[in-house]
Ligand binder design. Sequence first.
Ligand SMILES: Cc1cc2nc3c(=O)[nH]c(=O)nc-3n(C[C@H](O)[C@H](O)[C@H](O)COP(=O)(O)OP(=O)(O)OC[C@H]3O[C@@H](n4cnc5c(N)ncnc54)[C@H](O)[C@@H]3O)c2cc1C
Length: 598
Amino acid sequence: MLQYTPPARDIRFSLDLVGSDELTSLQGFEHADTDTVVGLIDELGRLISDVWSPTNEVGDREGLRVDTAASTVTTPTGFRDAYQAYVQGGWGGVALDPAYGGGGFPHLTGIAMSELLQSANMALALCPMLTQGAIDALLAYGTEAQKETYLRKLVSGEWTGTMNLTEPDAGSDVGALRTKAVQAPDGTWRITGQKIYITWGEHDMADNIVHLVLARIDGAPAGTKGISCFIVPKHLPNPDGTPGARNDVRVVSTEHKMGIHASPTCVLAFGDDGDGAVGELIGELNAGMRTMFVMMNNARLAVGQQGLALAERAYQLAYDHATTRVQGRPLNGNPTDPIIGHPDVRRMLLTMRSQIEAMRHLLFLNAKAIDEARHGSTDSQRTSGQELADLLTPLSKAWCTDLGNELCSLGVQIQGGMGYCEDTGAAQLYRDVRIAAIYEGTNGIQALDLYGRKLGLRSGGVMSDLIGRMRADLSPLEAVSPDLAHRLANAIDTLETLTKWMLGPGRESAADGMAGATPYLRVVATVVGGWLMGKQAVLAASHAGSASPSHVAFANAKRATSAFYICQILTTIDGLVEQITAGAEQLFAIPVDALASR
Ligand SMILES: Cc1cc2nc3c(=O)[nH]c(=O)nc-3n(C[C@H](O)[C@H](O)[C@H](O)COP(=O)(O)OP(=O)(O)OC[C@H]3O[C@@H](n4cnc5c(N)ncnc54)[C@H](O)[C@@H]3O)c2cc1C
């Protein structure tokens, strides 16, 4: 089976495109120039290709072993070693706070690095991904004592983190959760209840697991306004920081899933054996959603990246197959030429490749905005960074995971029957990526977030700033290609018209706005992708005069994929206009029972 090769050159290009070097002007990031970041990615790439990538297929095949009596989950062969190699290399802490043992690199560096982990083994990469979310929540809302107890161990990766929201009757509607918290005389809390679908909720790769758990106290207001967040460790830490007595958290079962077989998706019981699992409140009472949102926003970007990462690996497999499989004589070719000579195979490859590039640019831009929000040198830089990050996060999550699904499917298609069989790895990627559009807030919920919350930020001002920024970049593109600039300008006009509709008629009738939310998100993201691919064409043109033939070939390929995206992907937004503005009437034209199959 073909192993994964980190696309280091493409990653570098995306870092340059979003202006990664600008972050070196922010306090604390002086050392994080792009050359240094790329050096780190190269080094991590060796561990990832040699150690992580081969565990992907093993994990899928072997899955997990659960012993509910002992409350243990045994991970597949090689997982513990792969995870330990990552911890011992200090990789988990590179983009984290130096005060707790991190390397002090920007979030953008962390996102660029985590693409490699997700491509190599998404099931395994979920473990450090959730740990990172727990770290961010602790940094934002933990007390000094909580930070001292937990952060160093989480930053080093010796302990791992989880997020516990979902219950049988509380999925998208988190506010319906029933897990209870009661205060003990010593001020700590006792948690009772059951959580489902908890990723890496139990495992054998680390000494302790730090669960962040949403629960309700007696008398709390209904819905999300009455939820508090608690730190519930698997082992209660001893005063010297080592893991102590086992807490009353048990794994009841793990789910049998379509994909990510090696990621333990656990049903966890809290407090089954006594008064409750011991927990500490993090943040204020009844303000748990605020804490959890830090974790969720972080995870939404990372889940979006799973879409990109699996599409990238699917592309590597598809390209390899298309350049070696001989079938039918390509037009103007020889009988021994491979299928990459057929126009339809080229169409599929370019559809994959151009959108992979656009996704990477979007995710990196989103991560850079987060760095500016957290570390900007002025109030205005921090505010505009936060606004942009808020607006882009639902796009990163939903668009990149929808595309991840579509492109992994194309990856299978390019390989024909071989793609459908398990031998090449394409089928696993297709199964694994499916969940990314569902968890961390389904993509339908992301579209409602864009429509209901993000579009209204500063009364539509944040969106209109983004549109202004896209228009400002038309003139350099015009100098490189008037045709591409013209097409992009048209798409931006369409986006502006549709945005006015969503903020006007789409607000007057919430049902109409909600009915158009998903195709609207697709349009926004596709146009943002078009803008970034326009910037790609401009950046590539500046490389075209290079003395190095390999640089010139690389730049030419980038110009070609930009042109393909702007001419053949961006134009698909026109077909969505009706879907966005049609309103809800047709959706509700017939009663529920008339929708039943007959
Ligand atoms: C493999 C896996 C790992 C997971 N990991 C975790 C984890 O670590 N921690 C955790 O807490 N949870 C986790 N989850 C849970 C996951 O986040 C939920 O499954 C997800 O949020 C959807 O909830 P649900 O499954 O109850 O679906 P539902 O909420 O029942 O949704 C079903 C459908 O209805 C739609 N829908 C629901 N409400 C609305 C609405 N208001 N408007 C429009 N459409 C709506 C949804 O978009 C979806 O299409 C995981 C799930 C899986 C399968």
